[in-house]
Design a binder for this molecule. Sequence first.
Ligand SMILES: Nc1ncnc2c1ncn2[C@@H]1O[C@H](COP(=O)(O)OP(=O)(O)OP(=O)(O)O)[C@@H](O)[C@H]1O
Length: 331
Amino acid sequence: MFSRDIGIDLGTANVLIHVKGKGIVLDEPSVVAMDRNTGKVLEVGEAAWKMVGRTPGNIEAIRPLKDGVIADFDVTEAMLKHFINKINVKGMFSKPRMLICCPTNITKVEQKAIKEAAEKSGGKKVYLEEEPKVAAIGAGMDIFQPSGNMVVDIGGGTTDVAVLSMGDIVTSQSIKMAGDKFDNEILNYVKKEYKLLIGERTSEDIKIQVATVFPGARDESIDIRGRDMMSGLPRTITIKSDEIEKALRESVYVIVQAAKNVLEKTPPELSADIIDRGVILTGGGALLHGMDQLLAEELKVPVFLAEEPMSCVAKGTGIMLENIDKIARHS
Ligand SMILES: Nc1ncnc2c1ncn2[C@@H]1O[C@H](COP(=O)(O)OP(=O)(O)OP(=O)(O)O)[C@@H](O)[C@H]1O
């Protein structure tokens, strides 16, 4: 028996698994549906995501990762086990080595929790890598040269901003401001302005279908349904792009400021490289309409959206797995 090494992007919103030699074999939401009374796991991933906001009292749809770290250890472990069983690496091969991506500023205790969950899920040896580094590699950057590369990885729970050179992070910042917070801002806006309660799935739909963060860059509208706070009855309203741009402005500027902070701490030679090469945006949150335009205007450097931004980390783990023996020797 030989083992297939696997790379895992253990995200707040989505889990992607890359198997060496096969590519990305799993891409599912990080959600687990559980029976509140018995603690039994009912559904995981896509099937559980469909239940969010629609469960009866005894069933709970849980997102075990919050802000990019493990909020519920047991449920994370159950989710990882389920996904690893699903891809069936254990059935055909001996225990795999695992390369797992995590945000830059998690504590030692959190790192240990992630490692333990992976080991219990069948990992022979588990290595952790910092997310922005892997995202940059997955986006096609050659971070191993002595020149500056800047990546802004906007996920569901965290945004990681990093400048990399010679294979390592030179300056970075990780903030708990990303896709989930945008959804929340939209939800609060609709509640405040329209006295309408909507679910997180609806606010994500609004974000994807009509939102923009660059004033005047998009002119769409969407009809959404929710529960009227006064009458308690269902009601439909129409929301437009410019409203959402205003609702998201403050949150988006937290990301702009983090990128500015990182640039301010970057050694001048590397800053010069970034002017030439530009900044790469990765992660699902980078798909937010106008994000590239806004960052380019604010940072005064070219900004590019990576190809398939949501799979950059998983692709990056694939590239790193090619050198896993080197990583193993160094850890
Ligand atoms: N077209 C889109 N426009 C705006 N946001 C989007 C779009 N598509 C996906 N997203 C958002 O991307 C986020 C998920 O991105 P991703 O899968 O990269 O995060 P993650 O890796 O799970 O999170 P983290 O890195 O914080 O752990 C969600 O908030 C989702 O709503």
